[in-house]
Design a protein around this ligand. Structure first.
Ligand SMILES: [Zn+2]
Length: 356
């Protein structure tokens, strides 16, 4: 028994969504996953500027740290401020002391006049926005940034863009980080990606994936439930499973508890060790996090069986590379109150833009 674990890893985050909390309600309610994307997320990411991206990432990284999460694999989109967005996120996370693997999620869903494409065809040409997104990934990785090549999802990209993303990833010896068959509208993803995907790809969601394709599969149980897209049945997959939050915070012990409850609803013969292995599989991406020390207010924090049923375990301190970056539940490198205040200023700006 121990009150310590290694650092936790969030294998799929959207740090830009930290400022979404409290945003104005969409003008009409969403009846499907595609409408949720159109009414909420595709309006939000289009309204972001670099100040918002910075403070959103900084608050998100701070909240991750306060949960014992020391590593984040982020998937970013800000179609009206693409250039420099990845280094902005990397800087914000480094200031807090949290490691990040960053990518820009390319998409053809905006045409060259920056209007929402009604329907992207596999045969259409790569848009200017997708080319700029690939260039942002290329620049960030070329300058030594830790990251991947991001793709929003197959259903918002033409084949030329998917192919180019795969080639760019190979050039940098990294994988592609992509949403795959999250909703029924992306059911073609398996057919379009199976000849491109490699073992180092991060396939996110896979709820409606109709075949096995190469790569890690990231399970995001809370997001899947929130969007009503269905259960991903991760134990039925041949892929190695990781756990992500899809932008709803980065408390991985909490996400694991929810993942376990949902797994048991699906299969009552399961046990907490299964979900625990999804947490530790994340060390494939951040091996150094095995040496991080997270100390909790609970003596059996390292036990999958305890953790699954103890809902109020809190991280008290976090040590990364020998440095205490969380002490008494508070970040040591940055000022928590200042980050909350600055992030709130940016949230007000963002929400005002969404109202107009
Ligand atoms: Zn996502």
């Amino acid at each position: 028994m121990s009150n310590q674990t290694a650092g936790r890893i969030c294998a799929h985050h959207h740090l830009y969504s930290t400022l979404a909390r409290g945003m104005p309600a969409p003008r009409r309610s969403s009846e499907s996953f595609l409408e949720i994307l159109q009414n909420i997320w595709w309006r939000l990411d289009a309204a972001l500027d670099l100040d918002m991206v910075y403070w959103s990432a900084k608050l998100g990284a701070t909240e991750a740290l306060m949960s014992g999460t020391t590593c984040i694999i982020d998937h970013h989109e800000s179609p009206n401020c693409i250039e420099g967005s990845l280094s902005t996120i990397a800087t914000a996370c480094a200031e807090v002391g949290v490691r990040v693997n960053a990518c820009y999620g390319v998409t053809d869903r905006f045409d060259d006049q920056n209007r929402l494409h009604p329907k992207v065809s596999p045969l259409s040409q790569m848009t200017d926005g997708a080319a700029r997104g690939l260039a942002e990934c290329d620049d960030f990785l070329s300058s030594g940034g830790r990251g991947m090549v991001g793709v929003h999802a197959a259903f918002t990209c033409c084949d030329e863009t998917l192919q180019s993303a795969a080639e760019l990833a190979t050039k940098h010896s990294v994988g592609v980080h992509i949403h795959v068959a999250e909703g029924v509208n992306d059911v073609q993803a398996g057919a379009r990606l199976e000849n491109l995907a490699k073992d180092d790809w991060l396939l996110v969601h896979g709820v409606h994936l109709d075949r096995d394709i190469k790569g890690y599969l990231v399970h995001n149980p809370r997001s899947n439930m929130n969007n009503s897209v269905g259960y991903a049945k991760p134990t039925k997959r041949t892929n190695k499973i990781l756990l992500g939050t899809d932008g709803i915070g980065a408390d991985m012990n909490d996400e694991a508890r929810l993942a376990y409850a949902r797994l048991r609803e699906f299969d009552v013969s399961e046990n907490p060790e299964t979900v625990w292995s999804w947490l530790t599989n994340g060390y494939d991406f951040f091996p150094e996090a095995r040496h991080d020390k997270v100390t909790y207010n609970y003596d059996f924090a390292d036990s999958p069986w305890h953790s699954a049923f103890t809902t109020n375990i809190r991280a008290l301190s976090v040590e990364v590379d020998g440095e205490k970056i969380l002490q008494d539940g508070r970040p040591t490198r940055v000022d928590l109150e200042q980050i909350r205040a600055k992030a709130q200023e940016q949230a007000v700006r963002l929400h005002r833009r969404l109202e107009n």
